[in-house]
Design a protein around this ligand. Structure first.
Ligand SMILES: [Ca+2]
Length: 366
């Protein structure tokens, strides 16, 4: 790559150009022999490259007729810059294409690992939490009492239940009180707060999705987010849409600058109104609700849990799903307590005259 070689550049409008390409090691740039028209533009900084994609897998390759006769194994695209532009190239042989792809990827990953994004994501999260702690510690004594801690955690992690925070917080405070520094004020120190926040606000199921798509351990790049949206959500997202998500949801300024989404930003995105099944416009009544009750029709069901009649019919969770999908907004449960084989008490849903088929209450409600 340093000595360079001939490559064919494919552009939209079916134009192809044969140019000499080489790596300028000193400047960290991929360069090519320029045309007179754009002599200054014939370069891409390695640090601006997001991805080196093998094969004819870019918009240009897939849309330009002239690209059809190039072998797929010789083609590759370099995705770079803020606009995620592609430089679409074709080598003379498969070997040559492999050298360019492997070499460029190696150089890019070298640049990336010099400041490990995994560490960056963890450090950025802790920096964000430290800043939030300092701003909320109004008397600047380095401690947060129980109420202050609960309020701060709630404000930073929308959706974590109060009782979960309280239970964990009391466990932490108890362990601090019985520790060696008992003469210090009762409250959370900054490291304790960060530890507690991570404990209560990190949702395991969200974290598993994040690490499955993150090309680095604890944060998603814009490309990772695009893959997630396409594979899991069925959304054909543009890079701009992904950048907007990062800008709107990622709380850490450091990660936003790096155009990455950490666990808190990803959780915020998944729980925001844009991802909600419920139409946010309908959170408040959209119809006239001041008329007498009998003027309204409300789709309701009786003995929702029964598949057939109430004497011999089976009870099934799917009944709730079916009626809700049909627009029913009033469902009925018959709840009975039941002692199972482990001598544990459970709440079960079944008909009073037919308890042979039962489903657990918590499953029905979920
Ligand atoms: Ca304080």
């Amino acid at each position: 790559m340093y000595t360079g070689g001939q490559l064919v550049k494919v552009r939209s409008a079916s134009r192809v150009y044969r140019r000499f390409y080489w790596l300028d090691e000193e400047k960290g740039e991929l360069r090519w022999e320029p045309s007179k028209k754009d002599s200054d533009k014939a370069r891409v900084r390695l640090s601006d490259i997001h991805e080196v994609r093998s094969g004819k897998n870019s918009e240009v390759f897939l849309s330009v007729d002239a690209a059809e006769h190039f072998p797929n194994e010789c083609a590759f695209s370099i995705v770079y810059g803020e606009e995620y532009i592609t430089l679409d190239l074709v080598a003379s042989t498969t070997e040559e294409a492999n050298i360019w792809c492997t070499g460029l990827r190696h150089l890019i990953s070298g640049l990336a690992t010099s400041a490990s994004p995994g560490d960056t994501a963890r450090e950025a999260r802790e920096k964000w939490l430290s800043d939030m702690f300092s701003a909320a510690d109004v008397n600047s004594d380095g401690f947060m009492d129980e109420n202050e801690s609960i309020q701060l955690i709630k404000s930073l992690s929308d959706g974590v239940r109060d009782n979960v925070i309280k239970t964990k917080l009391r466990e932490y405070l108890k362990s601090i009180k019985t520790g060696p520094e008992t003469d210090q004020p009762v409250g959370l120190t900054q490291p304790h707060f960060i530890e507690l926040f991570k404990d209560v606000a990190t949702r395991a199921e969200v974290y598993f999705i994040l690490v499955r798509y993150a090309s680095h351990e604890d944060a998603m790049s814009v490309d990772d987010l695009r893959s997630f949206l396409e594979m899991e959500q069925g959304i054909n997202a543009s890079p701009e849409m992904c950048l907007t998500i990062v800008a709107e949801c990622e709380p850490s300024a450091q990660l936003r600058e790096k155009r990455m989404l950490g666990i808190d930003g990803f959780t915020r995105y998944l729980t925001c109104d844009k991802c909600a099944l419920f139409n946010p416009k309908k959170r408040t009544p959209t119809q006239d609700m001041n008329r007498p009750f009998s003027h309204y029709f409300i789709s309701a069901s009786h003995n929702t849990y029964l598949i057939q009649d109430q004497l011999s019919g089976r009870t099934s969770l799917s009944c709730f799903q079916t009626v809700l999908e049909k627009g029913c907004r009033c469902v009925s449960f018959d709840v009975w307590s039941f002692v199972d084989n482990n001598n544990e008490k459970n709440l079960m849903v079944h008909h009073p005259r037919n308890n042979r088929q039962q489903v657990r209450l918590h499953l029905s409600v979920r």
